[in-house]
Design a protein around this ligand. Structure first.
Ligand code: XMP
Length: 521
């Protein structure tokens, strides 16, 4: 195992950011909920060099507040507490934490004392940090020095070089904190002595090796959707087990323009990769006939997909494994107490219920292989590039499992899907030409079954409307509409009404999430 840092999660909205900052710096880490039994197991490994305590929504001033289990302290590895993490370690060692009258949210200026190992190498003493707290430490615990003070007069950091235990009231994982990355690296690399081995080529090597060990000489089936995760998975497993991998690509008729052909072409270049393409559009449209409710549509699409996949998979002899593109955010154990996160007391991994086409049933009797389960999306992309997949595939916007089925409002028909596909393709092509594609997180067209009047030539048309949606978001939980330039929108609108027969009008969606979800259904 690589040298690693354990992140103990107290439910902060920033916990995953801590992990991503470390991983970006080549430092392997894993996140465990503060109650998780697996945290102790992980902490005891010799490769685990230190522990970071995340922030959290609770107050240590309340009875029964979350705390680091004594057994974890007994492991005696270096500790860095962030925000709630600093408060809980201060309380543990007998310092004082109080409900503050001064709350600090957003930017704050601090002065840091360079006389301790954590801050010794910082280029400046006064710098700006990101705060988000109500409680604060009013007295450092015995053995700890106050290592930084905010300009509001509050303790901003504590340090005990002898025991290698540190606390930060601010959030080094947030990019608004000056030197935040440097502080995290100083802790992990210098104080903990963790080696930065987590690089894309090494990630690929490790994933291939692990998959090879798990799968051996047996046969694996993979549902290839054309999305980033399943494509990277296919390329990775191809390297790991070669001819023992069979990919099944189901064309639902609800994919983007020429998507099936593009996927087949992309993998045609990977010599020897077995991809079975199933053209199932007719079956999907038949099943969706007369159905307008979005959730019913999702269920039907999901069910059809499973039936077709199972049928194809059944033809493959001696299949033992089913590969899934599960990634780390789906499996992270989150303390999440009070923060709306996934609550997990027992230590078993919480698996997000994939409301996805591709959510395959357990009774297929195949063992799961999930080589991406410890990777963040940006890491999946990096290894996709490392494995030689084209950049435009690796950086593609997300596409929902039910595909155009939830972008055609109301009943889904083959005609509507054709119109939508062409309008969507124009929008995406123009975004790429204008070099705006990478600056938005997700962009697509939506087919509105309302009809609107248009004058076309000398005639009157009464036809459906296309809505364009483009959003900017970090986590897809909240999103803002992208402020695309007017002349750009003008060009897209003219092209769609001019080139796609059956569209009378184009509108641009200017709704944020919340309240409007990213997809229209
Ligand atoms: P919403 O519409 O919930 O979308 O704001 C958030 C993100 O999730 C995607 N999405 C889905 N993905 N199956 C999927 O695999 C679905 O049923 C589904 N619904 C929404 C959406 O495209 C966006 O990226």
């Amino acid at each position: 195992m690589d040298d690693a840092i354990l992140i103990l999660d107290f439910g902060s909205q920033y916990t995953q950011l801590i992990a991503r900052r470390l991983r970006e710096a080549g430092i392997y880490c894993e996140i465990f909920g503060w109650r998780s039994a697996k945290a102790l197991e992980f902490a005891k490994k010799t490769a685990t060099k230190g522990i970071i305590l995340s922030g959290g929504p609770e107050s240590v001033t309340e009875a029964g507040a979350p705390a680091v289990p004594q057994a974890l302290w007994d492991v005696k590895k270096p500790v860095l507490g962030i925000c709630y993490g600093m408060q809980t370690l201060t309380a543990h060692f007998g310092g004082r934490v109080e409900r503050g009258t001064t709350r600090e949210f957003g930017h704050a200026n601090i002065t840091a004392d360079h006389g301790n190992a954590l801050f010794a190498e910082l280029p400046e003493e006064n710098f700006s940090v990101w705060m988000s707290h109500g409680d604060h430490v009013t007295q450092a615990a015995e053995g700890f020095a106050v290592a930084a003070t905010s300009h509001n007069g509050l303790v901003a950091a504590v340090a005990d070089d002898a025991r290698k235990i540190y606390g930060l009231q601010f959030h080094p994982e947030v990019t608004h904190t000056a030197f935040g990355g440097a502080i995290l690296q100083r802790f992990a690399l210098d104080i903990c002595g963790c080696r930065a081995t987590w690089t894309p080529d090494h990630i690929v090597e490790t994933a291939i090796e692990n998959a090879r060990q798990q799968i051996g000489n047996k046969r694996v089936i993979l549902g290839l959707s054309g999305g980033v995760d399943s494509s990277v998975l296919a390329a990775l497993l191809d390297k790991a087990v070669g001819g023992n991998l069979t990919c099944i690509f189901v064309d639902t008729g609800l994919l983007r323009l020429d998507e099936g052909d593009k996927v087949m072409r992309m993998f045609a270049s990977q010599k020897g990769l077995n991809v079975i393409r199933v053209d199932a559009a007719e079956k999907f449209f038949a099943a969706l006939q007369g159905v307008a409710d979005p959730e019913d549509k999702r269920k039907i699409i999901g069910r059809c997909f499973v039936e077709i996949f199972e049928e194809e998979a059944g033809k493959i002899e001696n299949a033992a494994f089913l590969a899934q593109g599960t990634i780390y955010p789906d499996v992270i154990e989150s303390a999440g107490a009070g923060s709306g996160g996934k609550k997990n007391d027992g230590g078993a991994h919480v698996i997000k219920s994939h409301h996805n086409v591709g959510g395959l049933p357990e009774e297929m009797g195949l063992e799961l292989v999930e080589p991406l389960r410890l990777l963040f999306k940006d890491e999946v992309r990096k290894i996709g590039e490392e494995l030689g997949l084209p950049r435009d595939m690796v950086y593609r916007h997300p596409f929902p499992g039910p595909g155009l089925g939830v972008r055609i409002l109301g009943e889904v028909t083959a005609e509507a899907a054709d119109i939508l596909r062409r309008a969507d393709d124009i929008f995406i092509e123009e975004l790429q030409t204008a070099e705006l594609y990478d600056s938005v997180s997700q962009a697509f067209a939506v087919f509105l079954p309302v009809r609107s009047v248009a004058v076309m030539g000398d005639g009157r048309a009464y036809e459906p409307v296309i809505a364009l949606r483009a959003v900017e978001t970090v986590d897809f939980m909240t999103a803002g509409w992208a402020h695309l330039p007017y002349d750009f929108l003008d060009r897209v609108s003219r092209r769609i009404t001019g080139e796609v027969k059956g569209v009378s009008r184009v509108v641009y969606d200017i709704s944020g999430k919340p309240p409007a979800t990213i997809e229209w259904e």
